[in-house]
Design a protein around this ligand. Structure first.
Ligand SMILES: *Cc1c(COP(=O)(O)O)cnc(C)c1O
Length: 353
């Protein structure tokens, strides 16, 4: 075995949140949507023709790109799709971060960025968020090999105004800026309106959170045509068939049901605000999350202790044993019923303690 070791890639992988296999759990640890996908998705699934599986999917992803481009008022040539936005982001890293200069992203952010940077041998520099966990735009004006950040940020939920994003883009005309908008549907304004104006902006999105299709693995990017062509070049140098015909149909069905989408997002936002208030009454402090999770800390109880206590009750939340955030819990906004169980448990725990 030892003689083989030198052949292996030495890298610390991204560790996804647990998918516990217990029954009757309350799962608030991976920012999944608590509601099912639109009934139109179910209909599309049941009418799928199994014979279609014989064929390779359309390498241009024409139908899905057209559907997404119509929905967002852009051209098909501005759209790239992948197996979740993780695939889209990884493709963008490979396509755009090749200058040899370090790319910049926040110190507290989506934990996949540094893993991809390491995997693709891209130098990177983590820029500290301020004390309120906000991105300070001026920090990104320094010379760099590219910029990437989620907006709202993860796992903090903190939203950056589009005017700040525009300033970052303007100061980085020679490199690519990626705005990872995995959570933008839950609040805040999208940077999509800047796509026409700036040739160096890539906006990534996902069907995993606001459209309840994490299991479908569908993500996409919107950017200038020239950038999208570069992303296709990378994909076709690696794996040409990422979006299956089935996934394409399911995603298109989800886009058809605007009413269901708006309704479920509104329910999550209203539950989020209600339980921010409730957790505040229990003494928790938290950021003004504009996403589908609450990032909360209690001044008297250690986050790890609360995480373990909740887990014993089969209530799963996310705890990160990382600098600056090791006393925070990231709690995905579930249904009203799930959130009530979480809040009731915490209230009792805190009363007893
Ligand atoms: C969830 C998430 C993604 C990836 O989602 P996919 O399921 O791969 O589409 C990307 N960025 C951030 C910040 C996320 O939280």
């Amino acid at each position: 075995m030892n003689s083989l070791k030198k052949n292996f890639r030495d890298i610390s992988p991204y560790i996804p949140g647990e998918q516990p296999q217990v029954k009757n759990k309350i799962k608030l640890n991976t920012n999944e949507n608590p509601y099912p996908p639109s009934p139109l998705v179910k209909k599309a699934l049941s009418s799928f023709d199994c014979d279609d599986l014989k064929l390779y999917p359309d390498p241009d992803m024409t139908d899905l790109r057209l559907g997404i481009s119509e929905y967002y008022g852009v051209k098909k040539e501005n759209v790239f799709c992948g197996v979740g936005s993780d695939d889209v982001l990884a493709t963008a890293f490979m396509a755009f971060f090749n200058s040899g200069k370090p790319i910049l992203f926040p110190d507290i952010t989506y934990a996949f960025y540094d893993v991809w940077a390491s995997l693709f041998k891209i130098d990177f520099c983590r820029i500290p968020l301020n004390d309120r966990f906000e991105i300070n735009k001026e920090d990104y004006y320094a010379e760099n090999g590219g910029v990437v950040f989620p907006n709202p940020n993860a796992p903090t939920g903190v939203y950056m105004p589009v005017s700040d994003i525009e300033d970052i883009i303007k100061h980085n005309g020679d490199v690519i800026v990626i705005a990872d908008e995995a959570y933008i549907d839950f609040g805040g304004e999208s940077a999509l309106k800047l796509i026409d104006k700036y040739k160096n902006l890539v906006v990534t999105r996902t069907f995993s959170k606001s459209r309840s299709m994490a299991g479908g693995r569908i993500g996409f990017a919107i950017a200038d045509e020239a950038l999208i062509r570069e992303m296709f070049t990378i994909r076709n140098s690696y794996n040409s068939y990422t979006i299956t015909g089935l996934n394409s149909k399911l995603a298109l069905a989800a886009l058809e049901d605007e009413e269901y989408f708006k309704d479920t997002v509104a329910r999550i936002v209203s539950t989020r605000e209600k339980y921010k208030k409730k957790l505040g009454e229990l003494g928790f402090v938290f950021t003004d999350s504009k996403s589908n999770f609450i990032f909360a800390s209690h001044p008297k109880y250690e986050a790890r202790e609360l995480f373990e206590a909740l887990k014993k009750e089969n209530i799963f939340v996310r705890y990160f044993n990382l600098p600056r955030i090791d006393n925070y819990l990231r709690i995905t906004v579930g249904t009203e019923e799930e959130m009530k169980k979480l809040a009731d448990f915490l209230e009792n725990y805190i009363k007893k303690g």
